[in-house]
Design a protein around this ligand. Structure first.
Ligand code: BGC
Length: 768
């Protein structure tokens, strides 16, 4: 944002504002506005949640989704948008939300959330895209691009390492530097670099002991200095613990209002010299730039409710994942006079969004029962039985009669669809789940029907992953619809009837059991700390590296057609040696063919598998993907280019990305466990040796391209005579190579001193 060129004369204003006014501008006014300074003509601007629709509150306000809000389109939440793997679809949803925001007179919409799904238990997983940073950042970028194309700003959240709800306002996410960079910050970095959201929202939690809201390293050094963020950092609602420390760290706007308390602390700190007024000016300048950039008036045009409902329907249809479809039981094409049994309260009372700050008051809601009646037409007999209740207020005999009624409805039907999922109170912002199970009453109904017949379809509605092993082998089909937004009902009918061919894929693994998941021993932590003990091994990075069986793998999703992969080519560009980290070094192409009889779309996934890694690395990682729509029989060549940064790892010694030349597997296919095409290539490049120091081991010296020769020369000219034969003895080297040279020196009988070592280190590093 180049705010100084806008309507507000920001430099002039900074000269005019009193310290009190400046401090006041660093906090909001009420729940949803920035502060105005009327005497200088600085208006207030309005913000609102986000991210799957607006939650504009006219009277009162809260950040927990309690009070009412204006009707807005409830689009599918991030879990479903992510599962589309369709960047253009996510962009369209962002754009539609932007159009609604313009009609509502908003400046900023509080989203998207790109936090990593570290554990399937996180109560807010429905608001996040993936367990994988590439998917999360790609979807986040698309959403921000779409929204901001309408002239409204995004708020990328929750920065950072906010991967649980338990104790989220106090907990310290204790995570090692490499994991932080390769997994958790990696979900944010491309969104900041490529989409420049107008604002970034810092998270509630602490990171390695420091509150995100007052973490200068995070908010200034990483976000601004390294990634080039140009916008404003806003706090999550109530995240500021120490307003003075926050301003000094680079937090520009505290939300909501602190009732003047924060401003008073800031003024006092400026007066007593503990806070530099320049830091306050920096924050105020960014607030003024945001205000300057924001639309001043609501767009006069009301948004097109039907058109936005149609976008919500298309997105929900594309985000559903067909997990299994034994015997091709789906799509259902009942003939006139046939009977379809629809079982499950969720068919009539849809669960289509999560709870908390993102809760939208929808413009309307479609239910699947009615939508199926419409889709199949009056000639088909659609019979409904609720099977269970969504609340717990049910007696044993009522429950038994609900199951009996479901059995009676399913018996002799030509097809049976059971709607199951998590009732609202099972998952929400504010708390985490404790297990992955569907309610027992729902499992009982599924079981009773599966005993009757093996061709049933289960349709799932849930924001976080649920365990499916209890019924996967006894039903024919499972369609995971996540939370589909206000058009979820029609979207399900589109899919079940075949009007839409499923093309969603899992952006998170579905484990057999909670006990198999990588964070199981370290979630949600204790004593105000949560240890990210699994390190890099989040989601499929764990399951695939540890060869742990899953119910359905990351990237999986079936279609009503089939796809074949062929003709992989992998070209390493030039010698790669002088290529900058962000320049392509390898080009990949593969052909995907629709081998079935209906049109469909496939998500082609590219994984990179380092074969001779110098450090521990996951067995493979997703590095590119593309969604391709194909008519029956059609084929398309899909091209990808990877940069050295795509292959790089974070070095904790260099505190930077390091590309290791070497042997890499390039795997292409339909999921992390279905990779029919693979090739191994050597990617050259200058080995980036870590600098030597006086604690470097003998092994590190011998492996160092310059250090090796310098050390050999030193040993050869030793006053004790040539010591290099020592190096020729492999057995000895193996035993002593881990010794830091400074520990070996005394054993060399005084011929080589610590001073010599210091000089050698300087020589090597100077010539490197
Ligand atoms: C949530 C944010 C939300 C904010 C405002 C907080 O509780 O964590 O995601 O944007 O409230 O409602």
């Amino acid at each position: 944002m180049d705010g100084d060129t806008g309507r507000l004369a920001i430099d002039h204003l900074l000269g005019e504002l009193t310290v009190e006014e400046k401090a006041a501008l660093c906090s909001g006014s009420g729940f949803w506005h920035t502060r105005a300074v009327e005497r200088l003509g600085v208006p207030a601007i309005a913000v609102s949640d986000g991210p799957h629709g607006l939650r504009v509150q006219r009277d009162g306000g809260d950040h927990l989704g309690i009070d009412s809000s204006d009707p807005a389109t409830c689009f599918p939440p991030a879990v479903t948008l992510g599962s589309t793997w369709n960047v253009e679809m996510v962009r369209r949803v962002g754009e539609a939300i932007g159009v609604e925001a313009r009609s509502a007179g908003l400046a900023v919409v509080l989203g998207p959330g790109v936090n990593i799904k570290r554990s399937p238990l996180c109560g807010r997983n429905f608001e996040y895209y993936s367990e994988d940073p590439l998917v999360a950042s790609t979807m986040g970028t698309a959403w921000v691009d779409g929204l901001q194309s309408t002239g409204v700003g995004a708020s990328l959240k929750h920065f950072a390492v906010n991967n649980q709800e338990t104790d989220r306002l106090r907990v310290s996410a204790d995570v090692d530097e490499r994991t932080l960079r390769e997994i958790y910050l990696a979900a944010f970095e491309p969104v900041v670099r490529d989409a420049q959201p107008w604002t970034v929202m810092c998270s509630y939690n602490r990171i390695n002991g420091t509150y995100a809201a007052s973490d200068r390293w995070l908010l200034t050094e990483v976000l601004r200095e390294a990634w080039g963020f140009e916008g404003l950092v806003v706090s999550d609602w109530g995240a500021v613990d120490d307003p003075v420390a926050s301003v000094a760290a680079g937090l520009d706007l505290e939300m909501p209002s602190s009732g003047g308390a924060s401003a008073a602390s800031i003024v006092a700190a400026v007066r007593d010299g503990s806070l530099d007024v320049a830091d306050v000016d920096t924050a105020v300048r960014r607030v003024l730039q945001l205000v300057d950039h924001a639309p001043r008036t609501a767009s006069a045009v009301a948004f097109d409710v039907d058109a936005h409902h149609a976008i919500a329907r298309a997105a929900a249809g594309e985000g559903a994942v067909l997990l299994q479809n034994d015997g091709g039981v789906l799509p259902l094409r009942p003939a006139a006079g046939q009977r379809v049994a629809v079982i499950g309260e969720l068919a009539r009372t849809p669960r289509y969004q999560g709870a908390g700050s993102s809760q939208v008051n929808p413009t309307r809601v479609d239910d699947a029962l009615r939508a199926l009646e419409v889709a199949f037409g009056p000639e088909v007999d659609v019979r409904f039985a609720p099977g269970y209740r969504l609340d717990d207020e049910v007696t044993d005999s009522e429950a038994a009669s609900l199951v009996a009624e479901a059995i009676a409805t399913a018996t002799d039907a030509d097809a049976v669809v059971i709607f199951a999922g998590l009732p609202g109170p099972y998952e929400s912002e504010g708390f985490d789940r404790v297990d992955l199970d569907l309610p027992a009453c729902q499992l009982e109904v599924i079981d009773a029907i599966a005993r009757l017949r093996s061709d049933a379809t289960v349709v799932l509605a849930n924001g976080g992953v649920v365990a499916v092993d209890a019924f996967a082998s006894s039903v024919a089909a499972i369609l995971e619809c996540w939370l589909g937004g206000q058009a979820s009902g029609t979207a399900v009918a589109d899919l079940l009837s075949g009007a839409v061919n499923p093309s969603g894929k899992l952006t998170e693994s579905i484990p057999h059991r909670l006990a198999d998941t990588p964070a199981r021993h370290n979630f949600p932590g204790e004593d105000r700390h949560v240890r990210y003990g699994e390190g890099l091994f989040v989601g499929y990075r764990h399951f695939d590296s540890a060869e742990v069986s899953v119910a359905f793998p990351f990237g999986h999703g079936l279609s009503y057609t089939t796809f074949a992969y062929s003709d992989l080519t992998v070209d390493v560009l030039d010698d790669g040696i002088d290529v900058a980290l962000d320049e392509p070094v390898v080009e990949i192409a593969a052909t995907v063919t629709n081998t079935g009889s209906v049109a469909g779309a496939e998500v082609v996934q590219v994984y990179v598998a380092p074969k001779d890694a110098l450090v521990v690395r996951p067995v493979h990682e997703l590095r590119a993907f593309a969604k391709v729509a194909l008519a029956p029989g059609a084929a398309e060549r899909v091209n990808f280019a990877l940069t050295r940064r795509d292959l790089a790892r974070w070095s904790v010694r260099a505190h930077d990305w390091v590309f290791d030349p070497g042997v890499y597997g390039i795997e292409v296919g339909a999921s992390s466990r279905d990779l029919p095409l693979a090739e191994t290539v050597t990617i050259p490049g200058a080995a980036t040796a870590a600098p030597l120091d006086d604690y470097s081991s003998l092994g590190e010296w011998l492996a160092h391209p310059i250090g090796h020769d310098v050390l050999v020369e030193q040993l050869r000219s030793s006053p004790l005579g040539d010591l290099t034969p020592l190096l020729a003895d492999e057995g000895t080297i193996k035993v002593i190579s881990q010794f830091p040279l400074r520990r070996l020196i005394p054993m060399l009988g005084g011929s080589f001193t610590q001073d010599d070592l210091v000089q050698l280190v300087d020589r090597v590093n100077a010539s490197g």
